[in-house]
Design a protein around this ligand. Structure first.
Ligand code: MTE
Length: 322
């Protein structure tokens, strides 16, 4: 079921499906063998069978953004989710987000830009070539995944709308569909879900405007049809199902800062040295890896992306600016 006319990549840019699958299988089997599991290849193939639920989205792998860690299975990526609009349980988004209406879809861009406007999804899709990038993702709750996202740098869109000299921050706003989003009746946060980045963070090449995952369009539970992915920050910065992008002069008040500023900072850079008030951030559990006795992994500064992003924070006290 193709819901949109996704852009046709040049044939030279397409990784043939069997090569893509093979790459994934090799990675997945490596992981399973490392974890001591049996039948690695069969398991990897079983994980892929689910992909028929979503339309394919082909993209060229970007070799600059590959990590050595094994991929988290497509099943875990699409069934263990945080999308509070659909409920607080990790299984809720996969259960309920299917009812979200994602067609037609547009994203409004406003604020400190010379060319504000409303972008239909098809226009967004064809704005810049899609890339397949494997990112480590770390949730503030202490678990992590390794996910093959598909998208292009958010900077491609921001450059198009021409930020003004006052543009210092970017705010991201998620859609609200009260008839199908049962979570909106809860008051965990003040809806709509709002997130934000400093301008240099938003323009950083790692910051991905994301349309797909695991070779398909985004499943609704992962934030269809378009979301943000910011891999050096805790997962809550990566707002889903975006309807508005507002470029601002002042730091926007994000939903999590408004809900509990002492627990969730505006920067939310992954930092093993700064505890969440209620738990350590020094280690993490990789979803799908091993069992109860498997040791946790050490969490890396900036989630392992320090080489690329540490310079953005030179001179800042990261204990204060958590
Ligand atoms: N975006 C919206 N709109 N609502 C949410 O509840 N949860 C965030 C983020 N984006 C969330 C959201 C959190 S806490 C995480 S860890 C990631 O989405 C999870 O993304 P995934 O389910 O695709 O792995």
């Amino acid at each position: 079921m193709t819901r949109y006319h996704y852009p046709e990549p040049k044939s030279s840019e397409i990784t043939p499906e069997h090569v893509w699958t093979k790459r994934r299988q090799l990675l997945a089997s490596g992981a399973l063998m490392a974890a001591g599991g049996a039948l690695p290849l069969a398991s990897a193939m079983a994980q892929r069978s689910k992909s028929s639920d979503w339309a394919p989205l082909v993209a060229k792998p970007n070799p600059q953004y590959v990590v050595m860690d094994a991929l988290t299975s497509q099943k875990d990526v699409t069934t263990y989710n945080n999308f509070y609009e659909f409920g607080l349980d990790k299984a809720d988004p996969a259960k309920y987000a299917g009812a979200m209406k994602i067609e037609p879809w547009s994203v409004e861009i406003e604020g400190e830009v010379a060319k504000p406007g409303t972008y239909g999804l098809e226009e967004l899709l064809s704005l810049s070539p899609m890339q397949d990038r494997v990112y480590r993702m770390r949730c503030v709750e202490g678990w992590s995944m390794v996910i093959p996202w598909i998208g292009y740098p958010l900077s491609a869109l921001l450059n198009k709308v021409e930020p003004t000299g006052n543009a210092k921050y970017v705010e991201f706003v998620t859609d609200m569909q009260p008839d199908v989003m049962r979570g909106l009746s809860s008051s965990v946060i003040d809806w709509p879900y709002r997130e934000g980045l400093r301008m240099d963070e938003a323009m950083h090449p790692l910051t991905l405007l994301t349309f797909g995952v695991y070779g398909t369009v985004l499943p609704n539970q992962n934030g269809a049809p378009v979301r943000l992915v910011v891999p050096w920050k805790y997962g809550f910065k990566s707002a889903k199902s975006l309807v508005k992008i507002r470029v601002t002069e002042k730091q926007p008040l994000t939903s999590w800062v408004a809900a509990a500023a002492s627990e969730y900072g505006f920067y939310a850079n992954v930092n093993p040295e700064v505890r969440h008030p209620r738990w350590t951030q020094a280690t993490e559990r990789r979803i799908g890896e091993g069992g109860f006795f498997t040791p946790k992994r050490p969490t890396l500064m900036f989630n392992g992306y320090a080489d690329q992003v540490a310079s953005l924070y030179a001179g800042m006290d990261l204990r204060k600016n958590y």
